[in-house]
Design a protein around this ligand. Structure first.
Ligand SMILES: [Ca+2]
Length: 354
């Protein structure tokens, strides 16, 4: 199950870059005379609560070798020289929260940007640290307390403290310690701190705002995977709605047929016939209009296909009391169903650990 639209997240990063450009120019000028308080390498001796610094060294795009990374984002080329600090935080005996702080070796804009992850996290998201670093931010990212694929939740089983680390503790702890490292290096705390994340990173931004509102002065919570457990229940609901056993009900061709019919019904209601249903909440599209009149064919839907579509539009409800657990998917979104509704099996496996 895909937890975000990576294309939408990429657009947000690009817009952020444009918006911050003017502010960066001003800040670079104002901070140009800052005298650094510590060498990068000396930060290895910094003493922080529950935190062990494992690496402190100056890096460039030529020397930085991150190994294989799964995180999406732009390539890690053209990095300016920076001070790289890696550390681990252990707020509980079962916690091992890895994070890194990257600080421009010169031209720091006086600001800090924490960057988020996607899915179940599991690694430090270097590409987005690179985006912030190139714009002269000091930046940090965390693996949220476990290592592994962003689509694998096996780490939660038998590790309730790691679930808490993933849910909100790791980002907060990282933020507190990153600010201390930045202050030690530059001799002064960041003037402003910002969060930028998409999907799970958007959720992380919302959790920061809810639980630790003084951590950041501004938060960009893009495409937030919010309300996590009902959200994941919705993903399972969609997959189950579109499968009879392991057999897929609505093929991708039928999803395209369904999408066209939804557009034919509702596209123009927002005043512009442009292939976008701008007012999906007022679109009461009934997939039954595609009911096959006789034999099943490519241009109509069978009764099981119609029922699958209705379930996905309706969203999951509690079978005991009818309560809506999570909103359904709206008319016009059908082409985006392919990943969740047509995947061979759920990408995120249900576990007994949550
Ligand atoms: Ca329209």
């Amino acid at each position: 199950m895909q937890l975000n639209s990576s294309a939408a997240c990429t657009k947000i990063v690009k817009r952020l870059s444009l918006r911050t450009a003017i502010g960066i120019l001003y800040s670079v000028t104002s901070m140009a005379t800052l005298a650094y308080a510590a060498t990068c390498e000396s930060l290895a001796n910094l003493r922080l609560s529950d935190t062990t610094i494992t690496l402190a060294q100056t890096e460039t795009a030529e020397t930085f070798k991150p190994g294989m990374i799964e995180a999406p984002g732009p390539p890690l080329t053209n990095l300016p020289p920076f001070c790289r600090v890696a550390a681990e935080i252990r707020p509980t005996p079962d916690s091992k929260i890895k994070f890194e702080v990257w600080m421009p070796a010169s031209g720091w804009n006086g600001k800090f940007m924490g960057v988020g992850n996607g899915g179940w996290s599991g690694e430090i998201w270097y590409p987005f640290m690179g985006v912030a670093l190139r714009r002269n931010y000091a930046t940090a990212s965390t693996d949220t307390g476990h290592e592994g694929s962003s689509t694998n939740a096996d780490f939660v089983v038998g590790h309730p403290e790691k679930v808490v680390d993933f849910a909100y503790r790791a980002v907060h702890e990282m933020t507190v310690e990153a600010k201390a490292i930045i202050a030690a290096y530059y001799g002064g705390a960041p003037k402003f701190s910002y969060w930028q994340g998409c999907s799970s990173g958007g959720k992380q931004g919302l959790k920061e705002a809810q639980r630790f509102p003084t951590d950041y002065d501004g938060i960009i919570a893009g495409a937030p995977a919010n309300n996590w457990i009902p959200f994941l229940a919705s993903g399972l609901w969609i997959w189950q709605a579109n499968h009879n056993g392991t057999t897929q009900v609505l093929s991708e061709d039928k999803l395209r047929l369904l999408h066209k019919a939804a557009l034919d019904t509702c596209d123009s209601r927002d005043g512009v016939t442009d292939g976008v249903i701008g007012l999906p909440e007022s679109c009461h599209f009934n997939p039954k209009v595609l009911q096959c009149k006789s034999d099943p064919g490519a241009d109509c839907l069978t009764t099981p296909e119609i029922e699958a579509a209705k379930k996905i539009y309706a969203g999951p409800k509690n079978p005991r009391n009818g309560e809506q657990i999570f909103p359904g998917l709206q008319p016009g979104s059908e082409l985006g169903w392919a990943y969740g509704a047509a995947a061979q099996r759920p990408r995120i496996r249900p576990t007994s650990g949550i």
